[in-house]
Design a protein around this ligand. Structure first.
Ligand code: ATP
Ligand code: MG
Length: 658
């Protein structure tokens, strides 16, 4: 949809200049799958020159029951990949690893919040997935029927998703922190017949009442016929006979044999609703062959996965990162994945670091919101633990401020681990822009280069490419296998949302610039761009300047209507624990931003606050802050807001000053 920015076609002025560069460590590059920038470039060029041949070669890394007739059918903006091919995602993630010694390899290492532990080897996963696929069949689920999953972060979430994939029932995972209303909205939108949930899950020592919410949602959903309940916490729950079934009771009576169904490459794999940072969440549809290929391939490339790695993606399976990089990507690669149920600060702020030490985690993939929280809690927590097993760190979900990048690099990575800052979206299905750790020099704040097969461009609103180092709209110029196929049930919205702004190109909604070395710098969402006295400024850059001040933990910047300048710069700032808000600090921060990136970006207002409004996936919701700054009521969708109280507090004026 057209960004609501009054200045129309102008490019975005980039003011942040980062000069620290970290080449891949020599011993890392020596053993990496892709060892040099030249090697990367050759692969990227080959993919650009002959994309269909390139993707066909890569697709041979999956197991197909039947090969495709055509690599791509492209009726813009509708793509079909590997047409005529048949495969099964669950087979690729499980069965094929059970044919040799990997059957005894750990697929999932699970740790519950209370400290309970379970390890599922690949052959355990095969048994559990097959049994649950038979359970679903027994409930009448047929190929094409949608199944909703509303579970805590326990192995059963992965098992249920793979069981759906096994029988061709698209799943829709709804994050366990969502309310009954949010859950029912999603169930109704995709017309799910079966809901899989649990009696509860553990979060900060308390039970998350999943079954209570599931009951509330079910009452509003006429299409829903059955609710399967996994016993996780063991507390009492209400029961609707005929509709509700215990997972363990259904499973007691089924066979552990359920051959994976050969499915068309374009068979729907899942529907997933976006985070809702910019508006009402969209039901993104992904299909089987193209999605699985890119999830798997990007896992191998970006995380440089080795057979003996212990890989931990901290994202919840309720978000796309948990789909592509905790479930389909790493399992298709036969990796050993750590899965953790609970909060990062339970029972204390060192929980993540203890998990890394206990399991000797070698690859950690997490989000800037978590990294900023760890910084705020202080480095005494990671310092208590042995993090020497780590060899690679990843970041996803928001732009990572350079100061947070440096902290991650030094305090967590001990200065030796490359950081892959991975840019992508629910819609793209897989990582699009990211360093390859053995090949690409990394720079704090830059996602660096597009993966082979991905051809982005940075353009003005009229589709004209912008110059070097000039900010503009990030678009993808060619279809790619893991691209969304549509917004579920709404082809028109799909066309309008992604393909009408810059005709012929997929419009990401994000702004970016490319530097003289070919590195991409994501500038944040174009809807958030400020227009100050005719200059379009990126929120991300002003936020990074604020975060580089020692007193600031986190910052969100929005535009506020201003009669003279068009927009004034309004900043919401949370402070590090040992700093207190004051007028003096406010003036210091304004001067700091002006010094770091120029007088043009000097904030008009700085509001100190205890916390910022975020989506439940941890992203700052600037659209709500825009309303607070303008003093108007918020009318948009707030169903994915983490804590409604934060907004009320901000409207009352935030934090008291000294
Ligand atoms: P909605 O589309 O409903 O507003 P959302 O865009 O937050 O929600 P996601 O698909 O979860 O939903 O997030 C994708 C967005 O997250 C990207 O468009 C981008 O703005 C941001 N993002 C993700 N990774 C990065 C990254 N490494 N650097 C900068 N931004 C990132
Ligand atoms: Mg989005």
């Amino acid at each position: 949809m057209a960004p609501e920015n009054p200045s129309g076609g102008g490019s975005i002025k980039s003011v942040l200049h980062e000069t620290r560069v970290f080449p891949p460590p020599a011993d890392f590059a020596k053993d990496a799958g892709i060892k040099s920038l030249d090697e990367y470039q050759a692969l990227w060029d080959r993919a650009k020159d002959d994309p269909e041949a390139f993707w066909a070669e890569q697709a041979a890394s999956l197991d197909w029951f039947q090969t495709w007739d055509r690599v791509l059918d492209w009726n813009p903006p509708f793509a079909q990949w590997f047409v005529g091919g048949k495969l099964n995602a669950s087979y690729n993630c499980v069965d094929r690893h059970c044919k040799g010694p990997d059957r005894n390899k750990a697929a999932l290492i699970f740790e519950g919040e209370p400290g309970d532990r379970r390890v599922l080897r690949y052959q355990d996963l095969l048994r559990e997935v097959s049994k649950f696929a038979n359970v679903l069949k027994g409930l009448g689920v047929k190929k094409g029927d949608v199944v909703a999953l509303y579970l805590p972060m326990i192995p059963e979430l992965v098992i249920a998703a793979l069981a759906c994939a096994r029988i061709g029932a698209p799943h829709t995972v709804v994050f366990g922190g969502f309310s009954a209303e949010a859950l029912s909205g999603r169930i109704q939108d995709c017309k799910a017949k079966v809901l899989v949930t649990a009696d509860g899950g553990w979060r900060r020592g308390k039970v998350v009442p999943l079954k209570v919410n599931a009951d509330g949602a079910a009452a509003l959903c006429p299409t829903l016929k059955s609710v399967v309940v996994y016993k996780r916490t063991g507390h009492d729950v209400d029961w609707t006979p005929g509709r509700d079934h215990w997972w363990h009771e259904l499973e007691a009576n089924v066979s552990a044999d359920c051959p994976a169904e050969p499915l068309d490459s374009e068979h729907p794999l899942f529907i997933l609703y976006t985070s809702g940072s910019t508006g009402k969440p969209k039901g993104i549809l992904h299909t089987t062959g193209g999605y699985l290929l890119q999830a798997s391939l990007s896992t191998k490339w970006v995380f440089d996965l080795k057979p003996d790695d212990t890989y931990w993606c901290t994202a919840d399976v309720g978000w796309v990162t948990g789909h592509s990089y905790l479930t389909y990507g790493p399992l298709a690669q036969g990796a050993t994945c750590v899965m953790y149920e609970g909060a990062p600060n339970w029972p204390d702020e060192a929980r993540f670091w203890k998990i890394i030490e206990d399991y000797r985690v070698s690859i950690l993939y997490t989000a800037p919101t978590a990294i900023r929280a760890f910084m705020k809690w202080g480095e005494q927590h990671p310092k208590k633990h042995d993090l020497s097993s780590l060899r690679l760190l990843g970041s996803v979900g928001e732009p990572i401020n350079p100061e947070a990048w440096m902290w991650y690099h030094e305090v967590i990575g001990g200065g030796r681990c490359p950081i892959v800052d991975t840019w992508w979206q629910t819609e793209t299905g897989a990582i699009m822009i990211s360093p390859l750790p053995g090949a690409t020099p990394t720079i704090p704040g830059s996602a660096t280069r597009p993966l082979p097969g991905i051809i982005p461009a940075i353009v003005t609103k009229d589709g004209v490419p912008v110059g070097e180092n000039e900010g503009g709209f990030l678009v993808i110029t060619r279809p790619w296998p893991s691209m969304l196929r549509t917004i579920f049930g709404d082809d028109e919205r799909y066309k309008a949302q992604y393909w009408s702004d810059v005709p012929g190109n997929y419009f990401t909604g994000d702004g970016a610039r490319r530097d003289e070395h070919g590195n991409y710098w994501i500038l944040g969402r174009v809807d958030d761009v400020l227009n100050v006295a005719g200059h379009r400024l990126s929120t991300m850059e002003i936020e990074s300047a604020l975060v580089s001040h020692a007193a600031v933990a986190e910052a969100a910047v929005v535009g506020k209507p201003d009669e003279i300048k068009g927009q004034g710069i309004s900043c919401f700032v949370t402070l590090e624990s040992h700093h207190a808000p004051s007028e003096k600090l406010r003036q210091e921060l304004r001067a700091h931003v002006a010094k770091e990136i120029g007088a043009l970006a000097r904030p008009d207002e700085i509001h100190f606050t205890e916390s910022l409004p975020k989506t439940r996936s941890g992203k700052i919701m600037r659209r709500l802050l825009r309303d607070v700054a303008a003093g108007v009521e918020s009318t948009g969708d707030t169903s994915t807001l983490e804590d409604v109280g934060v907004l009320a507090l901000l409207r009352r004026g935030g934090q008291q000053e000294e």
